[in-house]
Design a protein around this ligand. Structure first.
Ligand code: HEC
Ligand code: HEC
Length: 303
């Protein structure tokens, strides 16, 4: 396409600026009742990854995180990579950084009603965010991602919610989130990179800007399809390199616009949209099984 060069330049600038991002202040999520807040933690620099077999496993984990489809093809079913939603190689505060996640597991999760190991949490990312298959717990892919995460978290307190963990929740907007307003925000602040049709942009077969919906995006089971999580990610991290610049209202409006589009089916679907909604998405934060502009979401999922 004719805009390829400017787009690449923009991407380079934006990605470069990413590392300079100042973590937003600690309105970072409501610390859960059980957890106390600790002062900001800084993960070790990548230059500190050691030589030898341990360092090799850390590097493999980083490689999988950055280039998920290439490095773990058997487990990926879309065009995304882990780093697309956990910016700066999983290091950026307020972008669900790995160093803040690692010490919080094992953890009970409402999503599957039991205590999850960190490895099982990673499996979920493959099934939903990556629309793929869960690598077995003993698989090298899981071990490498665990090693990368625990290397980054070295020296961090265990079982303490760190400043910068997760995506800081955005308080409910004054006006009910609205599709049409979100469409306008999308056209103004997102389409330049993610495409007017939200399908991202590829260069030489690889996405330089990832798709926000459609067959190559996250599926209906992914956290990002929930409006509170999407608005939180977007507010803190998008437009890329300008995180924090959208108003809360814009973040919610564009989240509802993005999440009111079809995407791959929830892998737990057994043939009935209403039953799947009742079992897994019975919350105002999910549009799955809801009618938007006359279309029942989840009924014609993108393949
Ligand atoms: C489409 C965006 C997206 C992609 C791609 C993605 N994730 Fe996530 N990830 C999320 C969201 C959203 C959450 C949930 C955050 C929450 O619950 O507040 C999350 C949570 C996590 C957590 C737990 C964080 C915590 O603080 O408890 C880990 C670990 C994680 N992801 C790792 C990965 C790995 C590894 C991959 C690639 C295999 C991946 N993610 C791909 C969006 C994504
Ligand atoms: C300057 C280009 C740029 C702009 C503008 C931009 N994004 Fe992004 N966005 C990116 C890039 C690049 C990534 C992947 C980040 C990475 O891999 O480091 C991304 C990732 C994402 C993701 C997670 C991955 C996925 O495909 O689901 C979402 C959601 C997202 N952007 C939404 C938005 C929204 C909503 C807007 C407008 C408010 C926006 N972006 C504006 C470049 C941009």
């Amino acid at each position: 396409m004719s805009t390829r060069l400017p787009v690449l330049l923009l991407a380079t600038l934006a990605l470069g600026a990413c590392t300079d991002h100042t973590p937003m202040d600690a309105h970072a999520a409501e610390a859960s009742a059980a957890a106390t807040k600790a002062p900001a933690f800084a993960p070790p620099p990548e230059s500190a990854i050691p030589e030898g077999p341990y360092g090799d496993m850390v590097r493999l984990g980083r490689e999988i995180f950055m280039h998920t489809r290439k490095a773990a093809p058997a487990y990926v079913g879309n065009g995304l990579a882990c780093v697309n939603c956990h910016l700066d190689a999983g290091r950026l505060a307020d972008s669900a950084p790995l160093w803040a996640a690692y010490g919080m597991y094992p953890q009970y999760r409402k999503k599957n009603h039991h205590v999850n190991s960190y490895g099982e949490r990673l499996q979920g990312c493959f099934m939903y965010s990556m629309n793929g298959k869960a690598p077995p717990l003993g698989d090298k892919v899981i071990l490498a991602l665990e090693t990368y995460s625990s290397w980054m978290a070295q020296g961090a307190p265990h079982g303490v919610k760190l400043e910068g963990a997760g995506y800081p929740k955005v308080s409910s907007p004054a006006k009910k989130p609205d599709y049409a307003r979100g469409q306008a925000v999308f056209a103004r602040d997102c389409a330049l990179c993610h495409g007017a049709d939200g399908q991202g942009q590829k260069v030489a077969g690889d996405y330089v800007f990832p798709p926000l919906w459609g067959p190559d995006s996250f599926n209906w089971g992914a956290g990002m399809h929930e409006l509170d999580k999407a608005s939180a990610f977007i507010k803190a991290n998008m437009p890329l390199s300008r995180g924090g610049s959208l108003s809360d209202q814009d973040a919610w409006d564009v989240a509802i616009f993005m999440d009111a589009h079809e995407r791959p089916q929830d892998p737990r679907y057994k043939g009935d949209v209403a039953a799947t909604r009742k079992a897994f998405h019975d919350t105002p934060m999910s549009l799955y099984g809801q009618r938007v502009n006359g279309h029942l979401l989840g009924s014609e999922p993108a393949h």
